[in-house]
Design a protein around this ligand. Structure first.
Ligand code: ATP
Length: 316
């Protein structure tokens, strides 16, 4: 008997999730013999629910929420042994994972796409004792982005992050990082360091066009120290998809990295849009760890090489 758990964050995306719950339940009832639905009440619930379901042998865990809920659910699947397959419906503000995986951004379309889906094996990353699907970022921008309020998100959508991030760029400062990877060990000053598994950051789908969710690598992106006027040059490069070849960043393509902060301050990281671990961080890619339901023939990045594996579990 196939079983799935559905985790719904009722506050994601300004509370939009509840209105799609019935549609999602109906869709999943066509795919699984048994389904349970759980609503989160606060931070940590999605992880706890997903751990319990994974350990209990559920075939799949779905969630409906933003990138924060996705991160929590994936943490639960990984901590619960990693066998349960993962599916999600994006109702957040930014929805980087939908963009990276070609899952429709409109919740109803994402739900309906489950009728014609397949399983794709996707890399995730381990960072200290947690897991991430998209990125870990350290610097001024991640710090202020965390301060975006639900009200601002509701009013401005992804623009809320953009406005806060923009403000941060004008007050930005550099930190001293020591970065160690398989091939490097150096100290550098930078306002922003990002460890990225996919092509997307903060809804910029062309941020790292050479990366894909299943290439087995993460990119460490180290922004160089810049003058305030450089901001006006950096933004068009990000929008055009050519920041990664510009003089403003150093990119390391790695499987493991250890990053520590040499300044005598506490610098929190941001992990998939949630508050992440404090520095130092020890990271590694877990290639193909997560089995994700994605639409058949998704809009893959043209440079992506692989995307398919087993068929989705269907009720017989
Ligand atoms: N019932 C709840 N009430 C308040 N917060 C909750 C509840 N359930 C979960 N949370 C917290 O909500 C946080 C944000 O969720 P999520 O990122 O999924 O949505 P979002 O903030 O709307 O989207 P985005 O990250 O794209 O802006 C999560 O970190 C989670 O811990």
């Amino acid at each position: 008997m196939s079983r799935c758990l559905v985790i719904i964050n009722p506050v994601s995306g300004g509370g939009r999730a509840a209105q799609y719950a019935l549609e999602l339940e109906w869709q999943l009832s066509n795919m699984f013999d048994h389904m349970e639905v759980k609503f989160t009440h606060g931070a940590g619930d999605a992880t706890r629910f997903a751990v319990e379901a994974s350990r209990d042998g559920f075939d799949a865990v779905f969630c409906m929420g933003g990138d924060g809920t996705i991160n929590e659910t994936v943490n639960g699947i990984a901590k619960g042994g990693g066998k349960a397959k993962f599916g999600f419906v994006p109702v957040g503000t930014v929805n980087d994972m939908s963009r990276a995986l070609g899952i429709p951004l409109a919740p109803l379309d994402a739900i309906r796409s489950l009728a014609n889906c397949e399983i794709r094996r996707v890399d995730i990353g381990r960072c200290n004792d947690q897991y991430f699907c998209n990125n870990i970022a350290a610097g001024v921008i991640p710090k202020v982005v965390e301060e975006v309020t639900p009200k601002e998100k509701q009013l401005l959508g992804p623009l809320a992050y953009f406005v806060k991030g923009g403000q941060a760029l004008f007050t930005t400062k550099d930190y001293t990082f020591r970065i160690r990877t398989e091939d490097h060990d150096f100290t550098t000053r930078s306002p922003l360091v990002i460890a990225l598994l996919t092509n997307v950051v903060s809804s910029f789908e062309k941020f790292m066009p050479i990366a894909s969710v299943d290439d087995g690598y993460m990119r460490i992106i180290i922004f160089r120290e810049y003058f305030i006027m450089d901001v006006l040059r950096i933004l068009p490069l990000i929008l055009r998809g050519s920041i990664y070849t510009s003089k403003y960043v150093t990119i390391l393509k790695v499987k493991k990295a250890h990053i520590e902060l040499l300044d005598d301050i506490e610098l929190p990281t941001n992990m998939d849009g949630n508050k992440g671990p404090l520095m130092p961080v020890d990271m590694e890619v877990l290639p193909g760890f997560l089995q994700v339901y994605v639409p058949k023939s998704p809009h893959l990045h043209p440079l992506s090489e692989t995307h398919t594996s087993a068929k989705a579990t269907k009720k017989k």
